[in-house]
Design a protein around this ligand. Structure first.
Ligand code: ZN
Length: 151
């Protein structure tokens, strides 16, 4: 499904995910992708416009959980505007555009998911949840049915 290097990055995050847990008294949102069994409780702390802490409790496939691990790493310490730029770059990548490696870092490992539309909601689960919490969606990046949590 993926080039070996990308597969290794995804499996490493799946086996040893970063930022597992719950931010006490933080913003929280639950989301799921029922057809794959992916679930997440995402929590984060905002210091003004900056995310100072982001954690998740999740279960599901390797793509969903690796994406959550990478996402929480990527957004910690970033401002809401910076996160929005990464979110949009991530979605564009999953809709088949060439990834912006500067913005996406390790997350380019998920580029191959764009060839498997049924798995795209796995990769975007965490980001859609973050978008709900931070109200990132302003309609500037195409329509996405997974914007609506299922189930
Ligand atoms: Zn999944």
């Amino acid at each position: 499904m993926f080039a070996d290097l990308y597969q290794a990055i995804i499996l490493e995050h799946y086996r040893n995910p970063s930022n597992v847990g719950l931010v006490e008294d933080g913003l929280q949102a639950r989301n799921s992708h029922p057809s794959c069994g992916d679930k997440v409780l995402l929590s984060l702390r905002l210091d003004g416009q900056r995310i100072s802490e982001a954690k998740f409790l999740g279960e599901g496939c390797s793509i969903s959980q690796a994406s959550l691990s990478m996402m929480t790493e990527a957004v910690t310490g970033q401002t809401v505007d910076e996160v929005k730029a990464v979110y949009q770059a991530f979605r564009r990548m999953l809709y088949g555009e060439e990834p912006n490696e500067e913005l996406l870092g390790d997350m380019v490992a998920l580029h191959g998911v764009s060839k498997f539309p049924a798995r795209v909601p796995c990769a975007t689960l965490g980001w859609e949840t973050l978008a709900l919490l931070l109200q990132l969606d302003d309609g500037s990046v195409g329509d996405d049915p997974s914007d609506q949590p299922c189930g």
